[in-house]
Design a protein around this ligand. Sequence first.
Ligand code: AHR
Length: 638
Amino acid sequence: MFKGFRVGAVTLSAVMLAAASGAQNPKATLSIQLDKPLHAVSPTLYGLMTEEINYSYDGGLYAEMVRNRTFYDHGWSGVPHWNLVHVGNADAIMTVDETDGPSEALPRSLLLNVSKADPENQAGVRNEGYWGMAVHPGTTYIGSFYAKADTGDIGPISIALIGDNTGSALASATSEPLTTVWKKYEFTLKTGNVETSSENHLRLTVGHAGKVWLSLVSLLPPTYKNRENGNRIDLMEKLAAMHPQFLRLPGGNYLEGDTVEERFDWKATIGPMVDRPTHRSPWDYQSSDGLGLLEFLEWTEDLHIQPVLAVYAGYSLKGAHVPPGAGLSPYVNDALDEIEFLTGDAASTKWGAVRAKLGHPAPFPLTYVEIGNEDTFDHSGSYEGRYAQFYKAIKTRYPQLQLIATMPLKQMKPDVVDDHYYQRADEFFDLVKHYDSVDRNGPKIFVGEWATREGGPTTNFGAALGDAAWMTSLERNSDLIVMASYAPLFVNVNPGGMQWESDLIGYNALSSYGAPSYYAQSMFAEYLGTEVPASALQGGSHRFFYSVTRDAAKGKVYLKLVNANSTPQPLEINLDGAGKVGESGILVTLGAANPAETNTISAPTRIVPVKTTLKDVGSTFSHTVPGYSVQVLEISAR
Ligand code: AHR
Protein backbone atom coordinates (compact mmCIF):
# COMPACT_ATOMS: atom_id res chain seq x y z
CA MET A 1 0.00 0.00 0.00
CA PHE A 2 1.12 3.58 -0.56
CA LYS A 3 2.19 5.56 2.42
CA GLY A 4 0.71 8.52 0.51
CA PHE A 5 -2.97 7.55 0.21
CA ARG A 6 -5.20 10.39 1.25
CA VAL A 7 -8.88 11.15 1.03
CA GLY A 8 -7.74 14.69 0.44
CA ALA A 9 -10.08 17.60 -0.02
CA VAL A 10 -7.58 19.35 -2.29
CA THR A 11 -7.11 16.44 -4.64
CA LEU A 12 -10.75 15.43 -4.74
CA SER A 13 -11.88 18.97 -5.48
CA ALA A 14 -9.32 19.18 -8.29
CA VAL A 15 -10.77 16.04 -9.84
CA MET A 16 -14.32 17.31 -9.41
CA LEU A 17 -13.39 20.65 -10.90
CA ALA A 18 -12.19 18.97 -14.05
CA ALA A 19 -15.37 16.89 -14.11
CA ALA A 20 -17.58 19.91 -13.64
CA SER A 21 -16.48 21.62 -16.84
CA GLY A 22 -19.75 20.68 -18.54
CA ALA A 23 -19.45 18.44 -21.56
CA GLN A 24 -18.55 14.79 -21.42
CA ASN A 25 -17.22 12.29 -23.93
CA PRO A 26 -19.60 9.94 -25.73
CA LYS A 27 -20.40 6.89 -23.60
CA ALA A 28 -18.18 3.87 -24.16
CA THR A 29 -18.79 0.19 -23.48
CA LEU A 30 -16.00 -1.93 -22.04
CA SER A 31 -16.72 -5.65 -22.35
CA ILE A 32 -14.49 -8.06 -20.45
CA GLN A 33 -14.56 -11.82 -20.83
CA LEU A 34 -13.14 -13.18 -17.61
CA ASP A 35 -13.39 -16.79 -18.77
CA LYS A 36 -11.16 -16.05 -21.78
CA PRO A 37 -7.60 -15.42 -20.53
CA LEU A 38 -5.35 -14.27 -23.39
CA HIS A 39 -1.97 -14.57 -21.66
CA ALA A 40 -0.20 -14.26 -18.33
CA VAL A 41 0.99 -10.88 -17.06
CA SER A 42 4.75 -10.83 -16.71
CA PRO A 43 5.28 -10.98 -12.93
CA THR A 44 8.45 -8.91 -13.36
CA LEU A 45 6.75 -6.19 -15.40
CA TYR A 46 7.56 -3.14 -13.27
CA GLY A 47 11.02 -2.34 -11.96
CA LEU A 48 13.56 0.38 -11.27
CA MET A 49 16.34 1.97 -13.29
CA THR A 50 18.64 4.81 -12.37
CA GLU A 51 22.31 5.73 -12.38
CA GLU A 52 24.77 8.39 -11.17
CA ILE A 53 22.91 11.31 -12.78
CA ASN A 54 21.15 14.28 -11.12
CA TYR A 55 23.06 13.49 -7.89
CA SER A 56 21.04 10.29 -7.69
CA TYR A 57 23.52 8.32 -5.62
CA ASP A 58 26.02 10.84 -4.22
CA GLY A 59 23.81 13.60 -2.83
CA GLY A 60 20.80 11.32 -3.24
CA LEU A 61 20.09 7.70 -2.39
CA TYR A 62 23.54 7.00 -0.93
CA ALA A 63 23.28 8.46 2.57
CA GLU A 64 26.83 9.93 2.77
CA MET A 65 26.59 13.53 3.99
CA VAL A 66 30.16 14.72 3.20
CA ARG A 67 30.68 16.07 -0.32
CA ASN A 68 34.02 15.68 -2.08
CA ARG A 69 35.11 13.39 0.73
CA THR A 70 38.28 12.20 -1.00
CA PHE A 71 39.25 15.68 -2.28
CA TYR A 72 39.18 14.44 -5.84
CA ASP A 73 37.47 17.62 -6.90
CA HIS A 74 39.88 20.59 -6.65
CA GLY A 75 41.45 23.13 -8.92
CA TRP A 76 41.70 26.82 -9.71
CA SER A 77 38.95 27.78 -7.26
CA GLY A 78 40.23 25.88 -4.26
CA VAL A 79 38.74 22.72 -2.84
CA PRO A 80 35.02 22.68 -3.67
CA HIS A 81 32.65 22.14 -0.75
CA TRP A 82 35.44 22.63 1.81
CA ASN A 83 36.35 25.86 3.62
CA LEU A 84 38.86 26.88 6.24
CA VAL A 85 37.86 27.47 9.85
CA HIS A 86 39.86 29.81 12.09
CA VAL A 87 38.60 30.32 15.64
CA GLY A 88 39.93 33.46 17.38
CA ASN A 89 43.42 34.23 16.18
CA ALA A 90 44.15 30.74 14.86
CA ASP A 91 45.70 30.52 11.39
CA ALA A 92 45.89 27.79 8.73
CA ILE A 93 45.94 27.24 4.99
CA MET A 94 44.74 24.24 3.01
CA THR A 95 45.88 22.65 -0.24
CA VAL A 96 45.40 19.31 -1.92
CA ASP A 97 48.52 17.16 -1.62
CA GLU A 98 48.66 15.04 -4.76
CA THR A 99 51.58 13.01 -3.44
CA ASP A 100 50.24 11.57 -0.22
CA GLY A 101 47.09 9.62 0.58
CA PRO A 102 45.88 6.74 2.73
CA SER A 103 46.01 4.07 -0.02
CA GLU A 104 47.05 3.28 -3.55
CA ALA A 105 43.46 3.95 -4.67
CA LEU A 106 43.40 7.33 -2.91
CA PRO A 107 46.81 8.84 -3.53
CA ARG A 108 45.82 12.40 -2.58
CA SER A 109 44.65 14.18 0.57
CA LEU A 110 43.81 17.57 2.02
CA LEU A 111 46.86 19.16 3.64
CA LEU A 112 45.94 21.51 6.46
CA ASN A 113 48.96 23.56 7.44
CA VAL A 114 48.24 25.14 10.84
CA SER A 115 50.63 27.96 11.74
CA LYS A 116 48.81 29.01 14.91
CA ALA A 117 46.19 27.29 17.08
CA ASP A 118 45.53 26.35 20.69
CA PRO A 119 42.73 24.34 22.33
CA GLU A 120 40.52 27.45 22.67
CA ASN A 121 41.43 28.92 19.28
CA GLN A 122 41.26 25.98 16.89
CA ALA A 123 41.90 25.85 13.15
CA GLY A 124 40.56 23.40 10.63
CA VAL A 125 38.08 22.83 7.81
CA ARG A 126 34.37 22.54 7.28
CA ASN A 127 32.32 20.65 4.72
CA GLU A 128 29.02 22.04 3.44
CA GLY A 129 27.53 18.67 2.38
CA TYR A 130 25.24 18.20 -0.60
CA TRP A 131 23.43 21.53 -0.42
CA GLY A 132 23.48 21.32 3.38
CA MET A 133 23.44 18.50 5.89
CA ALA A 134 20.14 17.20 7.25
CA VAL A 135 20.23 17.07 11.03
CA HIS A 136 17.41 15.65 13.16
CA PRO A 137 16.91 15.64 16.93
CA GLY A 138 17.84 12.56 18.99
CA THR A 139 19.83 11.01 16.15
CA THR A 140 23.19 9.25 15.98
CA TYR A 141 25.49 9.99 13.04
CA ILE A 142 28.39 7.62 12.33
CA GLY A 143 31.59 9.23 11.09
CA SER A 144 35.16 8.42 10.15
CA PHE A 145 38.21 9.89 8.44
CA TYR A 146 41.76 8.95 7.57
CA ALA A 147 44.49 11.24 8.89
CA LYS A 148 48.16 11.64 9.70
CA ALA A 149 50.20 14.55 11.14
CA ASP A 150 53.79 15.74 10.84
CA THR A 151 54.14 15.67 14.62
CA GLY A 152 52.69 13.59 17.40
CA ASP A 153 52.04 16.85 19.33
CA ILE A 154 49.13 17.84 17.19
CA GLY A 155 46.68 15.98 19.42
CA PRO A 156 43.13 14.92 18.51
CA ILE A 157 40.74 16.30 15.93
CA SER A 158 37.60 17.97 17.29
CA ILE A 159 34.56 17.11 15.20
CA ALA A 160 31.21 18.91 15.32
CA LEU A 161 27.98 19.34 13.42
CA ILE A 162 27.42 23.09 13.37
CA GLY A 163 24.24 25.05 12.60
CA ASP A 164 25.01 27.45 9.70
CA ASN A 165 22.84 30.21 11.12
CA THR A 166 23.85 30.01 14.76
CA GLY A 167 27.41 28.73 14.61
CA SER A 168 26.49 26.49 17.56
CA ALA A 169 27.54 22.86 17.84
CA LEU A 170 24.56 20.48 17.48
CA ALA A 171 26.69 17.45 18.34
CA SER A 172 30.41 16.99 18.90
CA ALA A 173 33.12 14.37 19.39
CA THR A 174 36.89 14.15 19.75
CA SER A 175 39.13 11.67 17.93
CA GLU A 176 42.09 9.77 19.29
CA PRO A 177 45.31 11.84 19.06
CA LEU A 178 46.77 11.76 15.54
CA THR A 179 50.03 9.99 14.76
CA THR A 180 52.54 10.45 11.98
CA VAL A 181 51.20 7.50 9.97
CA TRP A 182 47.92 7.16 8.07
CA LYS A 183 45.18 5.71 10.25
CA LYS A 184 41.40 5.49 10.22
CA TYR A 185 39.59 7.35 13.01
CA GLU A 186 35.95 6.69 13.87
CA PHE A 187 33.51 8.84 15.80
CA THR A 188 29.80 9.24 16.50
CA LEU A 189 27.83 12.45 16.76
CA LYS A 190 24.61 12.34 18.79
CA THR A 191 22.14 15.18 18.60
CA GLY A 192 19.89 16.17 21.49
CA ASN A 193 16.77 18.27 21.24
CA VAL A 194 17.86 20.20 18.12
CA GLU A 195 15.67 21.59 15.37
CA THR A 196 15.31 19.55 12.19
CA SER A 197 17.13 21.46 9.47
CA SER A 198 19.50 21.06 6.55
CA GLU A 199 21.35 24.33 7.17
CA ASN A 200 24.28 22.71 8.89
CA HIS A 201 27.88 21.73 8.20
CA LEU A 202 30.56 19.41 9.52
CA ARG A 203 33.65 20.91 11.16
CA LEU A 204 37.02 19.27 11.86
CA THR A 205 39.60 21.31 13.81
CA VAL A 206 42.85 20.93 15.76
CA GLY A 207 44.20 22.91 18.72
CA HIS A 208 47.91 22.82 17.94
CA ALA A 209 50.16 24.11 15.16
CA GLY A 210 51.45 21.55 12.65
CA LYS A 211 50.52 19.78 9.45
CA VAL A 212 47.53 17.45 9.15
CA TRP A 213 46.64 15.33 6.12
CA LEU A 214 42.99 14.25 5.79
CA SER A 215 41.14 11.89 3.47
CA LEU A 216 37.87 9.97 3.14
CA VAL A 217 35.96 12.09 5.61
CA SER A 218 32.58 10.44 6.06
CA LEU A 219 29.39 11.04 8.02
CA LEU A 220 26.30 8.87 7.71
CA PRO A 221 22.86 9.25 9.27
CA PRO A 222 20.70 6.22 10.16
CA THR A 223 20.13 4.26 6.94
CA TYR A 224 17.43 2.00 5.49
CA LYS A 225 17.48 -1.32 7.33
CA ASN A 226 20.48 0.00 9.29
CA ARG A 227 22.93 -0.86 6.53
CA GLU A 228 26.47 0.25 7.24
CA ASN A 229 27.32 2.63 4.38
CA GLY A 230 23.66 2.40 3.35
CA ASN A 231 20.85 4.33 1.70
CA ARG A 232 18.55 7.19 2.67
CA ILE A 233 15.46 5.92 4.45
CA ASP A 234 12.88 8.23 2.83
CA LEU A 235 14.07 7.43 -0.70
CA MET A 236 14.18 3.68 -0.13
CA GLU A 237 10.65 3.82 1.31
CA LYS A 238 9.51 5.63 -1.81
CA LEU A 239 11.06 2.93 -3.99
CA ALA A 240 9.47 0.15 -1.92
CA ALA A 241 6.05 1.81 -2.36
CA MET A 242 6.46 1.48 -6.15
CA HIS A 243 6.13 -2.33 -5.79
CA PRO A 244 9.11 -2.95 -8.07
CA GLN A 245 10.29 -6.40 -9.09
CA PHE A 246 13.82 -5.62 -10.31
CA LEU A 247 16.59 -3.03 -10.45
CA ARG A 248 18.50 -2.49 -13.70
CA LEU A 249 22.01 -1.69 -12.51
CA PRO A 250 24.33 0.19 -12.53
CA GLY A 251 22.59 2.41 -15.11
CA GLY A 252 22.62 3.48 -18.74
CA ASN A 253 25.32 5.91 -19.81
CA TYR A 254 26.91 5.45 -16.38
CA LEU A 255 27.74 1.87 -17.37
CA GLU A 256 29.53 3.00 -20.52
CA GLY A 257 31.36 6.13 -19.28
CA ASP A 258 32.51 8.82 -21.68
CA THR A 259 35.66 6.77 -22.34
CA VAL A 260 36.64 3.14 -21.82
CA GLU A 261 38.65 4.18 -18.73
CA GLU A 262 35.58 5.89 -17.28
CA ARG A 263 33.27 2.86 -17.66
CA PHE A 264 31.65 1.34 -14.57
CA ASP A 265 34.65 -0.82 -13.70
CA TRP A 266 32.89 -2.96 -11.09
CA LYS A 267 36.08 -4.35 -9.54
CA ALA A 268 37.07 -0.81 -8.54
CA THR A 269 33.76 -0.32 -6.71
CA ILE A 270 33.94 -3.17 -4.18
CA GLY A 271 35.73 -3.59 -0.87
CA PRO A 272 36.71 -0.99 1.74
CA MET A 273 36.06 2.61 0.69
CA VAL A 274 39.75 3.38 1.01
CA ASP A 275 40.42 0.94 -1.84
CA ARG A 276 37.88 2.53 -4.21
CA PRO A 277 39.59 5.08 -6.48
CA THR A 278 36.27 6.83 -7.40
CA HIS A 279 35.53 7.63 -11.06
CA ARG A 280 33.97 10.27 -13.26
CA SER A 281 30.33 9.81 -14.22
CA PRO A 282 29.47 10.84 -17.81
CA TRP A 283 27.01 13.25 -16.19
CA ASP A 284 30.00 15.45 -15.41
CA TYR A 285 30.82 14.88 -11.81
CA GLN A 286 32.94 12.49 -9.81
CA SER A 287 31.25 9.41 -8.38
CA SER A 288 32.46 8.47 -4.90
CA ASP A 289 31.63 4.82 -5.71
CA GLY A 290 30.37 4.52 -2.16
CA LEU A 291 27.39 2.94 -3.88
CA GLY A 292 29.37 0.19 -5.56
CA LEU A 293 28.40 -3.19 -6.97
CA LEU A 294 27.78 -4.89 -3.61
CA GLU A 295 25.74 -1.92 -2.38
CA PHE A 296 23.59 -2.13 -5.53
CA LEU A 297 22.96 -5.79 -4.74
CA GLU A 298 22.17 -5.07 -1.11
CA TRP A 299 19.74 -2.45 -2.33
CA THR A 300 17.93 -5.17 -4.34
CA GLU A 301 18.01 -7.45 -1.32
CA ASP A 302 16.49 -4.79 0.93
CA LEU A 303 13.60 -4.30 -1.52
CA HIS A 304 13.24 -8.07 -2.16
CA ILE A 305 13.77 -7.56 -5.88
CA GLN A 306 16.05 -9.05 -8.54
CA PRO A 307 19.09 -7.39 -10.05
CA VAL A 308 19.10 -6.99 -13.84
CA LEU A 309 22.83 -6.78 -14.35
CA ALA A 310 24.16 -4.62 -17.19
CA VAL A 311 27.76 -5.51 -18.10
CA TYR A 312 30.17 -3.18 -19.88
CA ALA A 313 30.38 -4.40 -23.48
CA GLY A 314 33.22 -2.43 -25.06
CA TYR A 315 31.55 0.80 -26.19
CA SER A 316 31.83 4.19 -24.49
CA LEU A 317 29.83 7.34 -25.10
CA LYS A 318 32.40 9.48 -26.85
CA GLY A 319 32.69 6.83 -29.54
CA ALA A 320 35.53 4.55 -28.44
CA HIS A 321 34.78 0.89 -29.05
CA VAL A 322 36.70 -2.32 -28.53
CA PRO A 323 36.32 -4.47 -31.66
CA PRO A 324 35.22 -8.08 -31.19
CA GLY A 325 38.11 -10.54 -30.89
CA ALA A 326 41.08 -10.91 -28.59
CA GLY A 327 41.02 -7.24 -27.52
CA LEU A 328 37.47 -7.64 -26.20
CA SER A 329 38.29 -10.80 -24.18
CA PRO A 330 39.37 -8.97 -20.99
CA TYR A 331 35.99 -7.22 -20.91
CA VAL A 332 34.16 -10.50 -21.52
CA ASN A 333 36.19 -12.04 -18.68
CA ASP A 334 35.30 -9.09 -16.44
CA ALA A 335 31.62 -9.75 -17.16
CA LEU A 336 32.05 -13.47 -16.37
CA ASP A 337 33.78 -12.54 -13.11
CA GLU A 338 30.99 -10.09 -12.33
CA ILE A 339 28.32 -12.75 -12.85
CA GLU A 340 30.37 -15.05 -10.61
CA PHE A 341 30.57 -12.29 -7.99
CA LEU A 342 26.76 -12.18 -7.94
CA THR A 343 25.94 -15.86 -8.23
CA GLY A 344 29.06 -17.92 -7.48
CA ASP A 345 29.30 -20.32 -4.59
CA ALA A 346 31.21 -18.80 -1.67
CA ALA A 347 33.28 -21.95 -1.09
CA SER A 348 34.10 -23.08 -4.60
CA THR A 349 34.38 -19.95 -6.78
CA LYS A 350 36.95 -17.17 -6.68
CA TRP A 351 34.54 -14.25 -6.93
CA GLY A 352 31.89 -15.94 -4.77
CA ALA A 353 34.60 -16.14 -2.10
CA VAL A 354 35.39 -12.44 -2.54
CA ARG A 355 31.70 -11.62 -2.06
CA ALA A 356 31.63 -13.77 1.09
CA LYS A 357 34.74 -12.04 2.42
CA LEU A 358 32.98 -8.72 1.92
CA GLY A 359 30.19 -9.95 4.18
CA HIS A 360 27.70 -11.58 1.81
CA PRO A 361 28.20 -15.35 1.57
CA ALA A 362 24.78 -16.00 -0.01
CA PRO A 363 24.64 -15.62 -3.79
CA PHE A 364 22.18 -13.20 -5.33
CA PRO A 365 19.42 -14.33 -7.72
CA LEU A 366 20.09 -13.49 -11.36
CA THR A 367 17.97 -14.15 -14.45
CA TYR A 368 18.80 -11.32 -16.85
CA VAL A 369 22.14 -9.89 -17.97
CA GLU A 370 22.19 -6.92 -20.34
CA ILE A 371 25.15 -6.60 -22.68
CA GLY A 372 26.00 -2.91 -22.98
CA ASN A 373 23.70 0.10 -23.21
CA GLU A 374 22.15 1.88 -26.22
CA ASP A 375 24.64 0.43 -28.70
CA THR A 376 22.70 1.94 -31.61
CA PHE A 377 24.98 4.92 -30.93
CA ASP A 378 28.05 2.82 -31.82
CA HIS A 379 28.22 3.84 -35.46
CA SER A 380 31.13 1.46 -36.12
CA GLY A 381 28.57 -1.35 -36.33
CA SER A 382 30.60 -3.50 -33.94
CA TYR A 383 27.72 -4.43 -31.63
CA GLU A 384 26.61 -7.56 -33.54
CA GLY A 385 30.08 -9.02 -33.05
CA ARG A 386 30.51 -7.78 -29.49
CA TYR A 387 27.11 -9.14 -28.43
CA ALA A 388 27.88 -12.50 -30.05
CA GLN A 389 31.21 -12.78 -28.22
CA PHE A 390 29.65 -11.98 -24.83
CA TYR A 391 26.66 -14.22 -25.60
CA LYS A 392 28.80 -17.24 -26.41
CA ALA A 393 31.02 -16.87 -23.36
CA ILE A 394 28.18 -16.21 -20.91
CA LYS A 395 25.82 -18.89 -22.28
CA THR A 396 28.60 -21.49 -22.22
CA ARG A 397 29.11 -20.97 -18.51
CA TYR A 398 25.59 -19.84 -17.52
CA PRO A 399 23.10 -21.37 -19.99
CA GLN A 400 20.19 -20.48 -17.72
CA LEU A 401 20.73 -16.72 -18.05
CA GLN A 402 18.63 -14.59 -20.39
CA LEU A 403 20.86 -12.19 -22.31
CA ILE A 404 19.52 -8.79 -23.28
CA ALA A 405 20.71 -6.97 -26.41
CA THR A 406 20.53 -3.18 -26.45
CA MET A 407 19.30 -3.03 -30.07
CA PRO A 408 17.72 -5.41 -32.60
CA LEU A 409 20.29 -7.70 -34.27
CA LYS A 410 20.42 -9.00 -37.81
CA GLN A 411 22.69 -12.03 -37.42
CA MET A 412 21.19 -13.69 -34.35
CA LYS A 413 18.09 -13.64 -32.22
CA PRO A 414 18.88 -12.30 -28.76
CA ASP A 415 16.83 -13.57 -25.83
CA VAL A 416 15.54 -10.07 -25.09
CA VAL A 417 15.91 -6.62 -26.71
CA ASP A 418 15.98 -3.43 -24.64
CA ASP A 419 13.83 -0.64 -26.16
CA HIS A 420 14.03 2.94 -24.83
CA TYR A 421 11.33 5.63 -25.13
CA TYR A 422 11.58 9.26 -24.06
CA GLN A 423 8.41 10.93 -25.37
CA ARG A 424 5.87 13.70 -24.95
CA ALA A 425 2.44 12.63 -23.65
CA ASP A 426 0.83 12.92 -27.09
CA GLU A 427 3.53 10.74 -28.60
CA PHE A 428 2.83 8.05 -26.03
CA PHE A 429 -0.90 8.29 -26.79
CA ASP A 430 0.02 7.49 -30.39
CA LEU A 431 2.39 4.69 -29.38
CA VAL A 432 0.00 2.70 -27.19
CA LYS A 433 -0.84 0.27 -30.00
CA HIS A 434 2.79 -0.16 -31.11
CA TYR A 435 3.46 -3.48 -29.38
CA ASP A 436 0.02 -4.95 -30.20
CA SER A 437 1.29 -5.96 -33.64
CA VAL A 438 4.93 -6.85 -32.87
CA ASP A 439 5.96 -10.38 -33.90
CA ARG A 440 5.56 -12.79 -30.97
CA ASN A 441 8.22 -15.14 -32.44
CA GLY A 442 10.99 -12.58 -32.10
CA PRO A 443 12.94 -11.71 -28.96
CA LYS A 444 11.16 -10.72 -25.79
CA ILE A 445 11.17 -7.00 -25.00
CA PHE A 446 12.61 -5.12 -22.03
CA VAL A 447 11.49 -1.49 -22.04
CA GLY A 448 14.57 -0.61 -20.02
CA GLU A 449 14.10 3.16 -20.09
CA TRP A 450 10.93 5.12 -20.69
CA ALA A 451 9.37 8.36 -19.53
CA THR A 452 7.02 11.09 -20.63
CA ARG A 453 9.29 14.12 -20.55
CA GLU A 454 7.01 16.99 -19.58
CA GLY A 455 7.81 19.16 -16.59
CA GLY A 456 10.96 19.56 -14.57
CA PRO A 457 12.77 18.83 -12.34
CA THR A 458 10.02 16.26 -11.80
CA THR A 459 7.26 15.59 -14.29
CA ASN A 460 3.76 17.07 -14.17
CA PHE A 461 0.30 15.55 -14.30
CA GLY A 462 0.22 15.66 -18.11
CA ALA A 463 3.27 13.39 -18.06
CA ALA A 464 1.47 11.06 -15.64
CA LEU A 465 -1.33 10.77 -18.20
CA GLY A 466 1.20 9.89 -20.94
CA ASP A 467 2.89 7.40 -18.63
CA ALA A 468 -0.36 5.79 -17.55
CA ALA A 469 -1.55 5.46 -21.17
CA TRP A 470 1.79 3.83 -21.99
CA MET A 471 1.50 1.45 -19.03
CA THR A 472 -1.87 0.20 -20.32
CA SER A 473 0.01 -0.96 -23.41
CA LEU A 474 2.81 -2.53 -21.35
CA GLU A 475 0.24 -4.58 -19.45
CA ARG A 476 -1.77 -5.55 -22.51
CA ASN A 477 1.45 -6.72 -24.21
CA SER A 478 3.07 -8.31 -21.19
CA ASP A 479 3.27 -11.66 -22.99
CA LEU A 480 5.99 -9.93 -25.04
CA ILE A 481 7.25 -7.26 -22.65
CA VAL A 482 8.90 -9.05 -19.75
CA MET A 483 10.10 -5.95 -17.87
CA ALA A 484 9.85 -2.16 -18.01
CA SER A 485 11.56 0.56 -16.01
CA TYR A 486 11.06 4.32 -15.98
CA ALA A 487 14.20 6.46 -16.16
CA PRO A 488 15.68 8.36 -14.53
CA LEU A 489 14.21 7.83 -11.09
CA PHE A 490 15.88 10.57 -9.08
CA VAL A 491 16.76 14.25 -9.12
CA ASN A 492 18.31 16.50 -6.49
CA VAL A 493 16.20 19.64 -6.92
CA ASN A 494 18.86 22.07 -5.68
CA PRO A 495 20.31 24.52 -8.26
CA GLY A 496 22.92 22.60 -10.26
CA GLY A 497 21.57 19.24 -9.10
CA MET A 498 19.87 18.29 -12.35
CA GLN A 499 21.48 17.12 -15.59
CA TRP A 500 18.36 15.44 -17.02
CA GLU A 501 15.07 17.27 -16.90
CA SER A 502 11.91 15.31 -16.07
CA ASP A 503 12.46 12.80 -13.32
CA LEU A 504 10.28 10.77 -10.99
CA ILE A 505 11.37 11.50 -7.42
CA GLY A 506 12.76 14.86 -6.29
CA TYR A 507 14.58 15.69 -3.07
CA ASN A 508 16.91 17.95 -1.19
CA ALA A 509 19.03 17.04 1.84
CA LEU A 510 16.00 16.99 4.11
CA SER A 511 12.96 15.72 2.27
CA SER A 512 11.66 14.06 -0.89
CA TYR A 513 8.49 13.81 -2.96
CA GLY A 514 7.03 11.85 -5.85
CA ALA A 515 5.90 13.33 -9.16
CA PRO A 516 2.31 12.52 -10.21
CA SER A 517 3.87 9.86 -12.51
CA TYR A 518 5.41 8.24 -9.44
CA TYR A 519 1.93 7.69 -8.05
CA ALA A 520 0.53 6.51 -11.40
CA GLN A 521 3.26 3.87 -11.59
CA SER A 522 2.81 2.82 -7.99
CA MET A 523 -0.93 2.35 -8.61
CA PHE A 524 -0.36 0.24 -11.73
CA ALA A 525 2.26 -1.94 -10.04
CA GLU A 526 0.30 -2.46 -6.82
CA TYR A 527 -2.73 -3.79 -8.71
CA LEU A 528 -0.83 -5.81 -11.30
CA GLY A 529 -2.84 -9.03 -11.73
CA THR A 530 -1.61 -12.32 -13.17
CA GLU A 531 -3.45 -12.67 -16.50
CA VAL A 532 -4.94 -10.52 -19.24
CA PRO A 533 -8.53 -11.50 -20.12
CA ALA A 534 -10.12 -10.79 -23.48
CA SER A 535 -11.71 -7.34 -23.63
CA ALA A 536 -13.03 -4.82 -26.12
CA LEU A 537 -13.86 -1.13 -25.97
CA GLN A 538 -16.56 0.41 -28.12
CA GLY A 539 -16.87 4.16 -28.40
CA GLY A 540 -15.14 6.63 -26.12
CA SER A 541 -12.66 9.35 -26.79
CA HIS A 542 -9.37 8.78 -28.63
CA ARG A 543 -7.56 9.97 -25.49
CA PHE A 544 -9.12 7.32 -23.28
CA PHE A 545 -7.00 4.24 -22.52
CA TYR A 546 -7.51 1.12 -20.46
CA SER A 547 -6.02 -2.15 -19.36
CA VAL A 548 -7.72 -5.12 -17.68
CA THR A 549 -5.92 -7.77 -15.69
CA ARG A 550 -7.14 -10.45 -13.35
CA ASP A 551 -5.78 -12.40 -10.41
CA ALA A 552 -7.96 -15.50 -10.43
CA ALA A 553 -6.42 -16.91 -7.25
CA LYS A 554 -7.31 -13.74 -5.36
CA GLY A 555 -10.66 -13.47 -7.12
CA LYS A 556 -9.89 -9.91 -8.26
CA VAL A 557 -10.19 -7.99 -11.51
CA TYR A 558 -8.18 -4.80 -11.98
CA LEU A 559 -9.18 -2.06 -14.40
CA LYS A 560 -6.75 0.74 -15.17
CA LEU A 561 -8.61 3.64 -16.77
CA VAL A 562 -6.83 6.70 -18.14
CA ASN A 563 -8.80 9.74 -19.25
CA ALA A 564 -6.46 12.30 -20.83
CA ASN A 565 -9.34 14.61 -21.78
CA SER A 566 -10.57 17.48 -19.66
CA THR A 567 -14.10 16.03 -19.93
CA PRO A 568 -15.43 12.94 -18.08
CA GLN A 569 -15.63 9.58 -19.82
CA PRO A 570 -18.85 7.67 -19.04
CA LEU A 571 -18.49 3.90 -19.30
CA GLU A 572 -20.67 0.85 -19.22
CA ILE A 573 -18.63 -2.05 -17.94
CA ASN A 574 -19.68 -5.63 -18.69
CA LEU A 575 -17.98 -8.44 -16.78
CA ASP A 576 -18.83 -11.69 -18.55
CA GLY A 577 -17.77 -15.18 -17.55
CA ALA A 578 -17.57 -14.65 -13.78
CA GLY A 579 -19.76 -16.66 -11.43
CA LYS A 580 -20.15 -13.91 -8.88
CA VAL A 581 -19.23 -10.24 -8.96
CA GLY A 582 -18.93 -8.31 -5.67
CA GLU A 583 -21.27 -5.39 -5.08
CA SER A 584 -18.50 -3.03 -4.09
CA GLY A 585 -14.81 -2.67 -4.82
CA ILE A 586 -11.88 -0.31 -4.42
CA LEU A 587 -11.49 2.86 -6.47
CA VAL A 588 -8.15 4.68 -6.56
CA THR A 589 -8.10 8.04 -8.34
CA LEU A 590 -5.17 10.25 -9.30
CA GLY A 591 -6.42 13.49 -10.77
CA ALA A 592 -5.62 17.13 -11.41
CA ALA A 593 -7.38 20.24 -12.64
CA ASN A 594 -4.99 20.56 -15.57
CA PRO A 595 -1.99 18.74 -17.04
CA ALA A 596 0.50 21.40 -15.93
CA GLU A 597 -0.28 20.81 -12.24
CA THR A 598 2.48 19.10 -10.36
CA ASN A 599 4.09 18.25 -7.02
CA THR A 600 7.16 20.11 -5.82
CA ILE A 601 9.55 19.98 -2.88
CA SER A 602 7.46 22.67 -1.16
CA ALA A 603 4.06 21.25 -2.25
CA PRO A 604 4.89 17.55 -2.24
CA THR A 605 1.37 16.08 -1.99
CA ARG A 606 -0.71 18.31 -4.23
CA ILE A 607 -1.43 15.34 -6.49
CA VAL A 608 -1.67 12.00 -4.71
CA PRO A 609 -3.94 8.96 -5.12
CA VAL A 610 -7.30 9.07 -3.38
CA LYS A 611 -8.72 5.73 -2.30
CA THR A 612 -12.50 5.31 -1.91
CA THR A 613 -15.10 2.55 -2.10
CA LEU A 614 -16.41 1.70 -5.55
CA LYS A 615 -20.16 1.21 -5.13
CA ASP A 616 -22.95 -0.41 -7.14
CA VAL A 617 -20.72 -2.87 -8.94
CA GLY A 618 -22.24 -5.84 -10.77
CA SER A 619 -21.71 -7.90 -13.88
CA THR A 620 -22.94 -4.79 -15.71
CA PHE A 621 -22.44 -1.38 -14.16
CA SER A 622 -21.86 2.24 -15.06
CA HIS A 623 -18.82 4.22 -14.11
CA THR A 624 -17.63 7.68 -15.11
CA VAL A 625 -13.92 8.41 -15.29
CA PRO A 626 -13.31 12.07 -14.37
CA GLY A 627 -11.50 14.35 -16.82
CA TYR A 628 -7.71 14.39 -16.41
CA SER A 629 -7.57 11.32 -14.24
CA VAL A 630 -5.98 7.91 -13.84
CA GLN A 631 -8.09 5.34 -12.01
CA VAL A 632 -7.65 1.80 -10.76
CA LEU A 633 -10.77 -0.22 -10.02
CA GLU A 634 -10.43 -3.40 -8.00
CA ILE A 635 -13.47 -5.64 -8.33
CA SER A 636 -14.13 -9.01 -6.70
CA ALA A 637 -15.10 -11.60 -9.31
CA ARG A 638 -14.90 -15.37 -8.96
O1 AHR B 1 18.19 7.99 -18.45
C1 AHR B 1 19.11 8.92 -18.94
C2 AHR B 1 19.93 8.38 -20.10
O2 AHR B 1 19.12 8.15 -21.20
C3 AHR B 1 20.60 7.06 -19.88
O3 AHR B 1 21.81 7.17 -19.23
C4 AHR B 1 20.82 6.55 -21.25
O4 AHR B 1 20.85 5.14 -21.32
C5 AHR B 1 19.69 7.17 -22.04
O5 AHR B 1 20.14 7.75 -23.19
